[in-house]
Design a binder for this molecule. Structure first.
Ligand SMILES: [Zn+2]
Ligand SMILES: [Zn+2]
Length: 512
C-alpha cells in the first residue's frame, strides 16, 4: 500500500458520490436474482437505512463508522466525510484487475471502503461482498449491475455473455451447444487442449496449445468480476492430449493420468498461464511414452503405435520421402510424434540425428551423399526440397549412366548427343536452352537443330534464325529424331546412327 495526498478533484468527486448515497442506500445493495433469499440483504438494508437517517448527525456517524458491519461502517464514514469534506491521505490498494485508491474514512476493511466509495462501479462494489461470498453467496458484476444469486452458482445470462465476449481468444461455438472451442479443435482434430468447465454456467471453453497464450489466464478471465464460495469446483480445469489411439491396449495413451493436484492448484492461483499449464502437462506425460519398449508413431494426434507402415502412409510421402522414412524410422526408439501429418515435417524432425541415413536412402553414391549432407548443414533449408533435388539429380545421373559413351565424335554427333542427353536428364526446357547456346553459325548442326526444335514443338519462335534450306533439311530429319530423345537406352546408338546417316554423316564416332 502506498499513501498519497488527495487532489481537489478527487475530493469533489467523493463528495458527489456521498451526496448520491445520502438520498438512497440502494446503490450499495446488489440486485437479487429470483431465487436468492432476501433476508440477509433486508438486514443489511435496515442497517444502511439507520446510517442514512443519521446523515446529518456528526456524533452518531462518528460512532457508526467505528462499529458494526463493514459496509454500513464504511457508509457512515463516507456520510461523515460529506459533512466535513477534508480528505485524508489516499491509500492505493492493489488488486488483480489493477490499482484502486480509496480514503480511509472509517474503521471498516479496505474492501468495504473501496466498495462504498465506488458504488457506481459494480466490479468495485463487488469487493465489499467478498466475505459474503466466502459464506456461500454468489455475486456477479456486469458493467451496470451487481447481481447476487444466493447459493445458486448459475450466473445471470447477461453476465455469462459479457464474460465470454471479453475473452482474449478467437473461439467458435462447438457443436455440443454451450461450448466454445478454438478453431483448431474442430471434430476429428486431435491436438492437446486446455479446458475450463464453468459448471455454474454450463459452459466449457477449450484452447489448443497453439492458441493458449503464455501471458493469459482463461480461468481468471472467465471468473473475473465474480465472487463465489468455491472457485475450484465452480471452474473445473482439465488438460487432455486428445490423441486418437487405436493401437495396442498397453499404449500409454490408454492410461493417461489427469492434471495433477499440484499443477491444478498452481493454475488456479494464477502461477501458471494457459500455455504453461498445457506445456507442463504434456511434459509430465512424455516420460510414459519414452519408457515404452516399442516405438510409438503419432501424426497429428493419431497414434499408430509401432505400426510404421500406417504411420508413413498417413504422411502421404513422395516416393523419395517414403524411401527416406522407410530407411530411417527403424532406427527411431520411443515416441516419434509430428504435429502436422506431412512427410516433410517428419523428415525435418529426423534430420538433425539422421541426416546421413536420410540422404543415403535417395543418393546411392556415398561420396555424393556425404557432400549433400555437408552442403545442407551449411545452408539449412527444407529437408524435403533437398531430398527432392537429390532424387532428381539421382534420376538424371541414372538416365545418363544408361546411355553408351563415345570417343572421336564429329561435331554433328557431339551436338546431337549433348542435346539428347540434356533432354533425357533435365527435360525439354533444358535441352532447348542448350541447343540455342550451342547453335553454330553454319554447318549441318543447324539443320539437325531445327529438326530437334520441331520435335520439341518449339520451332515457331525460332524460324527467323534458320534459312529455308536449314528448315527443310531439319524437317526431313524429324521422323528419326524422336527416338534419339525417347527410345530406351539400348536403342540409343541405333537412333543416333539413323539421324546422322540421314544427314549424310557416315563416320561419326565409336562407342567406348
Ligand atoms: Zn487453437
Ligand atoms: Zn497410442
Amino acid at each position: 500500500m502506498r499513501v498519497r495526498r488527495a487532489s481537489g478533484g478527487r475530493e469533489g468527486e467523493l463528495v458527489r458520490r456521498a451526496s448520491r448515497l445520502r438520498d438512497s442506500v440502494e446503490p450499495l445493495v446488489p440486485k437479487l436474482a429470483r431465487d436468492c433469499p432476501p433476508e440477509r440483504f433486508d438486514r443489511l438494508r435496515r442497517d444502511l437505512e439507520e446510517v442514512r437517517e443519521a446523515r446529518d448527525d456528526q456524533h452518531r456517524l462518528d460512532r457508526m463508522r467505528r462499529w458494526g458491519e463493514p459496509i454500513p461502517r464504511a457508509y457512515a464514514g463516507l456520510l461523515r466525510f460529506y459533512l466535513e469534506p477534508e480528505l485524508p491521505a489516499l491509500i492505493v490498494a492493489r488488486y488483480p484487475a489493477g490499482e484502486i485508491s480509496y480514503a480511509p474514512l472509517s474503521k471498516a476493511s479496505r474492501e468495504a471502503e473501496v466498495a462504498v466509495q465506488n458504488s457506481d462501479d459494480p466490479t468495485r462494489l463487488l469487493l465489499g461482498y467478498l466475505d459474503w461470498a466466502r459464506k456461500g453467496f454468489h455475486f456477479f458484476a456486469t458493467d451496470d449491475v451487481l447481481y447476487c444469486t444466493g447459493s445458486d452458482p448459475a450466473p445471470p445470462e447477461e453476465f455469462r455473455t459479457r464474460q465470454l465476449a471479453h475473452l482474449p481468444y478467437r473461439l467458435q461455438t462447438a457443436p455440443e451447444g454451450r461450448a466454445l472451442d478454438c478453431p483448431h479443435l474442430a471434430p476429428g482434430s486431435h491436438v492437446p487442449f486446455l479446458e475450463v468447465d464453468w459448471t455454474g454456467a454450463q459452459t466449457r471453453v477449450r484452447l489448443c496449445r497453439r492458441c493458449a497464450k503464455s501471458d493469459r489466464h482463461l480461468l481468471a478471465d472467465l471468473s473475473s468480476n465474480a465472487a463465489i464460495p468455491d472457485p475450484e469446483s465452480a471452474f473445473r480445469v482439465t488438460v487432455s492430449l486428445n490423441a486418437q489411439c487405436d493401437s495396442a491396449p498397453d499404449c500409454p495413451h490408454r492410461h493417461l493420468p489427469g492434471l495433477s493436484r499440484g499443477v491444478t492448484k498452481r493454475y488456479h492461483f494464477g502461477k501458471l498461464s494457459d500455455r504453461e499449464v498445457l506445456d507442463e502437462y504434456v511434459a509430465g506425460v512424455l516420460p510414459l511414452f519414452e519408457r515404452s519398449r516399442s516405438p510409438i508413431f503419432v501424426s497429428e494426434g493419431n497414434c499408430f503405435g509401432p505400426d510404421r507402415k500406417r504411420f508413413i502412409d498417413s504422411l502421404e510421402p513422395t516416393p523419395e520421402e517414403q524411401a527416406a522414412l522407410e530407411r530411417v524410422l527403424p532406427e527411431v526408439q520411443g515416441l516419434f510424434e509430428v504435429e502436422e501429418a506431412t512427410a516433410s515435417r517428419a523428415l525435418e524432425k529426423l534430420w538433425p540425428d539422421h541426416a546421413e541415413t536420410i540422404v543415403q536412402a535417395i543418393v546411392p553414391d556415398p561420396e555424393r551423399a556425404s557432400r549433400l549432407v555437408k552442403e545442407a548443414r551449411s545452408a539449412p533449408g527444407r529437408v524435403s526440397e533437398l531430398l527432392h533435388r537429390a532424387a532428381r539429380a539421382t534420376r538424371e545421373r541414372e538416365a545418363l549412366d544408361a546411355l553408351p559413351q563415345y570417343h572421336g565424335l564429329v561435331p554433328e554427333a557431339t551436338f546431337l548427343d549433348s542435346i539428347a542427353r540434356a533432354y533425357r536428364s533435365q527435360g525439354a526446357r533444358a535441352s532447348e536452352k542448350l541447343l540455342l547456346d550451342r547453335l553454330p553459325r553454319e554447318g549441318k548442326q543447324r539443320g539437325i537443330a531445327f529438326g530437334l526444335l520441331v520435335v520439341l514443338g518449339k520451332e515457331s519462335a525460332h524460324l527467323w534464325q534458320f534459312t529455308d534450306t536449314e528448315q527443310n533439311f531439319g524437317r526431313s530429319l524429324v521422323p528419326w529424331i524422336g527416338p534419339v530423345l525417347k527410345a530406351p537406352p539400348e536403342e540409343y546408338h541405333a537412333a543416333l546412327d539413323r539421324v546422322l546417316g540421314a544427314a549424310g554423316v557416315a563416320e561419326w564416332g565409336t562407342p567406348l
